[in-house]
Design a protein around this ligand. Structure first.
Ligand SMILES: Nc1ncnc2c1ncn2[C@@H]1O[C@H](COP(=O)(O)OP(=O)(O)OP(=O)(O)O)[C@@H](O)[C@H]1O
Ligand SMILES: [Mg+2]
Length: 239
């Protein structure tokens, strides 16, 4: 087997006595988009936060790009290309679109010229944001704000982008646009691990999926397998 970009083994996460993730193992290969599918409170965010270093693990091992991630703080994780786009966006509503996005490159200490070049690369992916670059982010629609959060994460030059529920609260049209953008990001060579409750859209742009239920992560399925398994789908859709 080739070396995985991300390899997680035996990962557990607790908040006091509450066990949120129990003995989870998963992999993301270079260039892959992998889905974490599960209902509310299943443990998806806890997994992503722990992989990115925002949340401490109780036990387990995370290897990223051949290195043990355990000793990294979030700043080191970002510098190494392991970047979380958090649930709820966490953007700055009174700052402009451009300033929010530029913040994502903070750690890279780019020259003005290189920063400009990096921002230009995002223009094709996010034409609306380019048009509205001087506007305060708080004046944008929910979908556009989500795009700002993703654009900011991309400015950190991720090798692996951890996307936490990007479609939460978006209209169906914005959700379609969002998943189109996610596909374009993968086509540009960035690997993605995406946590979502929007099962069908996510499986359409991922190659493999893990099902998360009450803190337990399943074995790996191909996305096609999940789509074709009515029992699995029903449990995922909470019916
Ligand atoms: N800071 C915290 N303190 C205590 N319990 C927490 C904390 N964060 C999450 N939990 C609990 O851990 C479990 C997993 O939560 P988590 O947010 O990881 O799930 P999720 O799959 O991301 O859910 P959602 O789809 O609602 O975002 C839940 O039971 C939740 O209540
Ligand atoms: Mg969550």
């Amino acid at each position: 087997m080739s070396q995985a970009l991300l390899s997680v083994s035996g990962l557990s996460v607790s908040y006091g006595k509450k066990v949120a993730v129990s003995n989870a193992s998963l992999r993301v290969e270079p260039g892959e988009c992998v889905a974490l599918i599960g209902t509310n409170g299943a443990g998806k965010s806890s997994l992503l936060k722990t992989i990115s270093g925002v949340q401490a693990m109780t036990s387990g091992y995370v290897e990223f790009n051949g290195e043990n991630r355990s000793g990294w703080d979030t700043a080191t994780a970002v510098r190494n290309g392991l970047i979380l786009c958090p649930e709820g966006r966490q953007i700055f509503p009174r700052m402009s679109v451009l300033d929010n996005i530029t913040l994502g490159a903070f750690q890279r200490r780019l020259s003005k010229h290189d920063l400009h070049a990096e921002l230009s690369k995002l223009e094709a992916l996010f034409p609306i944001l380019y048009e509205r670059r001087q506007q305060e982010v708080g004046t944008l629609s929910g979908g556009e704000q989500q795009m700002v959060a993703i654009a900011r994460a991309l400015m950190g030059a991720p090798k692996l982008l951890l996307l936490d529920e990007p479609s939460l609260g978006l209209s169906p049209i914005m959700t379609d646009k969002l998943f189109e953008t996610i596909r374009a990001i993968v086509n540009q060579g960035c690997s993605i691990l995406i946590a979502e409750q929007n099962v069908y859209s996510t499986l359409k742009c991922s190659t493999r999926a893990y099902v998360v239920e009450s803190g337990v992560v399943s074995d790996s399925y191909t996305s096609d397998e999940v789509v074709r398994d009515p029992r699995l789908l029903l449990s995922l859709l909470g019916q």
